[in-house]
Design a protein around this ligand. Sequence first.
Ligand SMILES: Cc1ncc(COP(=O)(O)O)c(C=O)c1O
Length: 369
Amino acid sequence: MKNITIPLSRPDIQNQDITEVVRVLKTGMLVQGKEVNKLESAVSKLINVEYCSAVSNGTASLHLALIAFGVGPEDEIIVPAFSYIATANVVELVGARCVFVDIHPRFFNIEESQIERAITSRTKVIIPVHEFGLCANMPEIMKLAKKHKLKVIEDAACALGATVNSKFAGSFGHFGSFSLHPRKAITSGEGGLLVTSDPELDFKIKTLRNHGIEPGLVPQNFIAAGFNYRMTDIQAVLVYSQFLRLESILEYKSKLASIYSEEIHNPAIRLPEIPDGASHTWQTFHLLLENEKQRNKLMEFLKLNGIMSNYGAQCIPATTYYKNKYGYHSESEFPNAFEAYTCGLAIPLYNQLKEDQVQFISKTINNFR
Ligand SMILES: Cc1ncc(COP(=O)(O)O)c(C=O)c1O
């Protein structure tokens, strides 16, 4: 097994997915069209929301959601201190201010008990992230949002199919945003999905993603300064074909995650945990080491054994742009996010990974000193 490299991630593209892409290519109808509509209907139905807009990527999806709320320079947006950088970048791109909140040390999601103290008269939106595919505590977050009359955009980039108390990620907030990047369970190469049950918000999104053209009108009526954030029919059919097996993909990933949890016994390593009532898509299986040196050493050790790994996500206020702009002392102000950033490690977990490979990776991790 030593000479084989196990990648961190690999998309699950099957022959039938390729056949479907070729079918669409042969129609000559490539841009946003009926394949996009079909994907949007299927996703809305699964998540149990009224509307879905397929867009060019998960960052565009978050960006559109903030614009639809009219977020601008006077506004503050609550963002977890630990996430993929895009969650905060979109806030900066609309000229608003990020207010970071630390995360839970075991679940890696925003610590809901710390949100209220971050709310000011300028707060407009909370963006909880379902980090690594585990749903944040949405029932509590929605209660807080209601109390303070705030909007909620769920950054569910990694969490298509995750639930809390059997309710789907993306269906709690005013918007739910998903990514279809190749590291996700199903992928369109690049792609995003933005769901909502509010018809006015949906109308704005469908207008803004398509150059500001009023949806469904012939002749065209240009009613806003919009973007080209559309998804192509080529991408839509690719991801729809995988969407049909989403449940089995998530089940299999969950089985692999259980093997890791049962097989990894190394006192130097903390395993991820799931709170009661929540389900995980296991976009990432994220270990915590005792310190940064140990984390880097494990990464090197795994590489020597043909196993690829990588950092999980960023402590955003500790990255150069945010540190320079906001001047946070992340280690003391966001200790859990800082720990996850400096001591966390993502190990392979994807649909094409075999059970014996997970056993091998676990054994290798157990041999690490
Ligand atoms: C939490 C989170 N938000 C946003 C994004 C951005 O998605 P995309 O890469 O599709 O733009 C990602 C990407 O992985 C992510 O993990």
